[in-house]
Design a protein around this ligand. Structure first.
Ligand SMILES: Nc1ncnc2c1ncn2[C@@H]1O[C@H](COP(=O)(O)OP(=O)(O)O)[C@@H](O)[C@H]1O
Ligand SMILES: [Mg+2]
Length: 357
């Protein structure tokens, strides 16, 4: 059975104006380049990448909190890129967002009962006593109790506040929830609880998620399908099994080799460390954006940028000219490969120094 995807993003591009004074006027920072993916009904799509790779920009552009430069965003099969402000307001009910910091997303002066009742009334989803009953129901759905209604956000722990944020998103019965680093500020044990709650809600309510995180293990835990983002481009997409067990882009492989397994220690704030840094948003990129960090890069990679479907096996795709001929993935082997990368960089530095003297 083929149903209309909840969300389809086609060739999304987003740039920002450079800061005045720092850069010549007219130059724009490339933040999201030609990103396409779809999220089926009741599906969890994980979007993973280093800090600064453009994940939040994609999430915010989908919600039309930011205007895309080009590309299409289809919600339930309908292109929403050209919607009027009035139509956009109606649409907002069906798409919700949950942020990393439950503190800043909840008004400290508003009691939890009112936090949840307000959107229900605003969208006229219930009336009179039914509003209160729905608030109780929402609290129960997210694992809190009706007697929590009278409390203020600061009276709750971080995990509980994130449950409130989830309940508030659910209050309007959305089809899609964008979770932007929604568990990244929580301790590992609380992270697992909130992830399990999100997974249960998907199963019970059929809601779809765009699950954004810099943390590979978290994305692996919750997602059905994933997209790996590098410097604003999708470099690999596919089912969790395909991408995590047969990673076909060297960047995905290096991320995986650098990631402790779920349940292990909590990762750093910005994701795993791999050598080098991505090209800046103003830097011209000849060929593949990852070539400057890639242990497998050749002349071919510097000549042309590989499209996402350069490697393709069903819906598993990777933007790499050499994906077909990479050795089978072994987390250990990748670590060795990064040593080789280090050695090569050292050689290059020496060669350059030699040329200068
Ligand atoms: N409003 C903005 N104006 C200019 N640059 C921005 C703006 N928002 C984000 N950026 C830049 O876009 C890049 C990607 O940011 P973001 O989408 O927040 O990445 P991520 O969520 O993956 O960490 C960063 O380099 C950031 O500085
Ligand atoms: Mg972000």
């Amino acid at each position: 059975m083929k149903t209309t995807p909840t969300l389809e993003v086609r060739n999304l591009c987003k740039t920002f104006a450079g800061k005045a004074g720092l850069l010549r006027s007219g130059r724009r920072a490339r933040v999201v380049t030609d990103v396409s993916f779809r999220i089926g009904q009741g599906e969890i799509f994980g979007l993973v990448g280093e800090s600064g790779s453009g994940k939040s920009t994609i999430g915010r552009t989908i919600l039309r909190l930011l205007e895309p430069d080009s590309g299409e965003i289809l919600f339930g099969g309908r292109d929403i890129t050209g919607l009027s402000a009035a139509d956009l307001r109606k649409l907002r009910r069906h798409m919700q967002i949950i942020f990393q910091d439950p503190f800043s997303s909840l008004d400290p002066r508003v009691r939890v009962g009112e936090v949840l009742a307000e959107p229900i009334r605003l969208h006229r989803l219930r009336e009179g006593h039914a509003v209160e009953a729905r608030v109780d129901e929402l609290l129960r759905i997210v694992g809190l109790a009706p007697h929590h209604k009278g409390r203020y956000p600061h009276e709750f722990s971080g995990g509980q506040r994130q449950r409130i944020a989830i309940a508030r998103a659910l209050a309007v019965e959305p089809a899609l929830i964008v979770c932007d680093e929604a568990v990244s500020a929580l301790d590992v044990s609380i992270q697992a609880q909130v992830l399990n709650l999100l997974a249960r809600l998907r199963a019970e309510l059929g809601v779809s998620y765009l699950f954004i995180s810099h943390d590979m293990s978290v994305v692996r835990h919750i997602s059905d399908r994933v997209g790996v983002l590098y410097a604003g481009r999708l470099v690999e997409t596919g089912s969790v099994e395909a991408v995590f067990e047969r990673p076909s882009h060297p960047y995905t492989r290096m991320l995986l080799a650098a990631t402790p397994s779920l349940g292990g220690r909590r990762g750093s704030g910005s994701g795993p460390d791999i050598e080098g840094s991505p090209p800046g948003p103003f830097e011209p990129i000849p060929g593949c954006a990852f070539a400057s960090r890639c242990p497998h890069a050749t002349e071919t990679c510097l000549a042309a940028s590989p499209p996402l479907d350069t490697f393709r096996e069903g819906d598993h795709m990777a933007a790499c000219w050499h994906a077909e001929t990479l050795p089978p993935f072994q987390a250990e082997g990748e670590a060795v490969m990064s040593d080789a990368f280090e050695r090569r960089m050292a050689l290059l530095r020496r060669a350059r120094a030699g040329a200068e003297t």
